[in-house]
Design a protein around this ligand. Structure first.
Ligand code: HEC
Ligand code: HEC
Ligand code: HEC
Length: 350
C-alpha cells in the first residue's frame, strides 16, 4: 500500500476484517464446493475448520430476560443479541451491516424475499439467525434495522409490531418501551457521555452513588441528560423502569446488586448464569462450530483446549483468539460472566 492511493482500509479493525474475510471466504467456498462434488466428503479440512455447511438452527438461544416479554424486542435489540455476531463483521460471508453494495442486492430483491430468507434461512444464514425463539416480527424488525443502516426504510413491520409508545396506555409502558421511545437515542450510542445501555462498568459506577440519586437525575436531568429524557409525559415509575432496563441489559448480576447499592426495585442478586450467557453470546459460533470454533459438547475438540488449563481458556475469551472476538463480541459481559460461560461450555465437554 502506498500513500498516494487512498485505501478503503482505514483502521486496524478494518484490516483485521479484510484479512479474516480473505481467509474465510475462499475456504468457505472450498468447503462448500467439496461438499457439492463429493457429497458428504469429510476430513478434507481439519474437522472443525469453517464448517459453514453445518450451520443450522441451534435451538437454545434466548434473548436476555431484560428484553422483556417474548416478541417485543426491537430490531436493534434482536440485531445486537443475535444477528450482530455474523453481520457486524460479515462473518461467514454474511452481508455486513452498512455495506451498501452487499445490501443493495437484498434491497433490490425486495422485502418479501429478504424476510423469508431471514426467517427460513438461506445457505450459510441460519433460520432466524439461529434463534428459533424469535417471532417473525422480531426477525423482520432486525432485517429492517439492518436495511435502515444503508438508508432504506422498510417501515411496515417495525411500526406494526415495535413496542411503540402508542402500543400500550402511557402508564403501562415497560422500561424497554420507554428506552426505545425516549432514552435510546443517546444511551444506545453513548452520545454526549451518556452511559451506554448494557455497559455494566459505567452503570455500576453510577449505581454506587445510590440508586435513588440515579433515579433523581433521570427524573430531573443531569449535565447533558434532559429531565425524563426529554419526554415530559413519562411517569416516575416509567422512568425508573427505563433506568433499570438500561442498567441490566446484557444479563448477569443486576447492576444494583453488583454495586451493593440500596436495593430499591432490583431483583434478587443472581450468580452469573453460564448457560444464559452462552445462549445469548456464544452459541452463534459454538453451537454449530462456525469458523473453527470448538463445537459445544464436542469432547474431542475441547480436550486439547481444556488441557491448557482454565486460566488459559478464560484469557483466550477475555482477550479474543483467532476468529473469536474478545468476550465473544459482547463487551458488556463482565469477566465473571465470561468465566461462567466458559465453565458451562467446559463442563458440557467433559
Ligand atoms: C451464523 C451467522 C449468521 C447470523 C447469526 C445471522 N446471519 Fe443473516 N446471513 C448470514 C449469511 C452467511 C448470509 C448470506 C447468505 C447467502 O446469501 O448465502 C446472511 C444473509 C442474510 C440476509 C439476506 C438474505 C437474502 O435474501 O439474501 C438477511 C436479510 C439476514 N441475513 C438477516 C439476518 C437476521 C435478521 C439475523 C438475526 C436474527 C441474522 N441474519 C443472523 C449469516 C448469519
Ligand atoms: C439527549 C440525550 C439523552 C437522552 C434522550 C436521555 N439521556 Fe440519560 N444521560 C444523557 C447524558 C449525556 C448523561 C450523562 C450525564 C452525566 O454526566 O451524568 C445521561 C445520564 C443518565 C443517567 C445517569 C445519571 C447519574 O446520576 O449518573 C441516567 C439514570 C439516565 N441518563 C437515564 C435516562 C433515561 C431513563 C432516559 C429516557 C427516559 C434518558 N436517560 C434519556 C443523555 C440523555
Ligand atoms: C464469532 C464467533 C465466536 C463467538 C461469538 C464466540 N466464540 Fe469462542 N471461539 C471461536 C473460535 C473461532 C475459537 C477458536 C479460536 C482458535 O483456537 O483460534 C473459539 C475458541 C473458544 C475457546 C477455547 C479457547 C482456547 O484457548 O482454546 C473458548 C473457551 C471459547 N471460545 C469460549 C467462548 C465464550 C465463553 C463465548 C461467549 C462469551 C464465545 N466463545 C463466543 C469463535 C467464537
Amino acid at each position: 500500500m502506498t500513500e498516494e492511493h487512498s485505501s478503503p482500509i482505514k483502521t486496524p479493525t478494518q484490516l483485521v476484517i479484510v484479512v479474516l474475510l480473505a481467509f474465510a471466504v475462499p475456504i468457505a467456498l472450498a468447503v462448500m464446493l467439496s461438499q457439492l462434488v463429493t457429497s458428504g466428503a469429510k476430513g478434507m479440512h481439519d474437522n472443525d475448520n469453517l464448517v459453514l455447511a453445518r450451520i443450522q438452527p441451534v435451538g437454545t438461544v434466548v434473548l436476555a430476560e431484560a428484553s422483556g416479554p417474548k416478541g417485543m424486542a426491537t430490531g436493534e435489540q434482536v440485531y445486537s443479541q443475535v444477528c450482530k455476531t455474523c453481520h457486524e463483521t460479515g462473518l461467514a460471508g454474511s452481508p455486513k451491516v452498512g455495506d451498501k453494495a452487499a445490501w443493495g442486492k437484498i434491497v433490490a430483491q425486495g422485502e418479501k424475499l429478504a424476510f423469508e430468507h431471514a426467517i427460513g434461512g438461506i445457505r450459510a444464514m441460519p433460520a432466524r439467525g439461529g434463534n428459533p425463539d424469535l417471532t417473525d416480527d422480531e426477525v423482520k424488525r432486525a432485517v429492517a434495522f439492518m436495511v435502515g443502516k444503508v438508508g432504506t426504510t422498510w417501515a411496515a413491520p417495525v411500526v406494526a409490531a415495535a413496542p411503540a409508545a402508542t402500543a400500550a396506555p402511557a402508564a403501562e409502558r415497560t422500561g424497554q418501551q420507554v428506552v426505545a421511545a425516549a432514552c435510546g437515542k443517546c444511551h444506545e450510542t453513548g452520545a454526549g457521555g451518556a452511559p451506554k445501555i448494557g455497559d455494566r462498568a459505567a452503570w455500576i459506577q453510577r449505581a454506587k452513588l445510590g440508586l435513588n440519586a440515579v433515579y433523581q437525575s433521570a427524573l430531573k436531568g443531569h449535565a447533558g441528560m434532559p429531565a425524563r429524557g426529554g419526554m415530559a409525559e413519562l411517569s416516575d415509575p416509567e422512568v425508573k423502569r427505563a433506568v433499570e432496563f438500561m442498567m441490566n441489559s446484557g444479563a448477569g448480576t443486576p447492576v444494583a446488586a453488583a454495586a451493593a447499592a440500596p436495593v430499591a426495585a432490583a431483583p434478587a442478586p443472581a450468580a452469573a448464569d453460564g448457560k444464559k450467557i452462552y445462549d445469548a453470546s456464544c452459541v452463534a459460533c459454538h453451537g454449530a462450530g462456525v469458523a473453527g470454533a470448538p463445537k459445544f459438547g464436542d469432547k474431542a475438540a475441547w480436550a486439547p483446549r481444556i488441557k491448557t488449563g482454565m486460566d488459559a481458556l478464560y484469557t483466550a475469551v477475555l482477550k479474543g483468539k483467532g476468529v473469536m472476538p474478545a468476550k465473544g463480541g459482547n463487551p458488556s459481559l463482565s469477566d465473571a460472566d465470561v468465566k461462567a460461560a466458559v465453565d458451562y461450555m467446559v463442563a458440557a465437554a467433559k
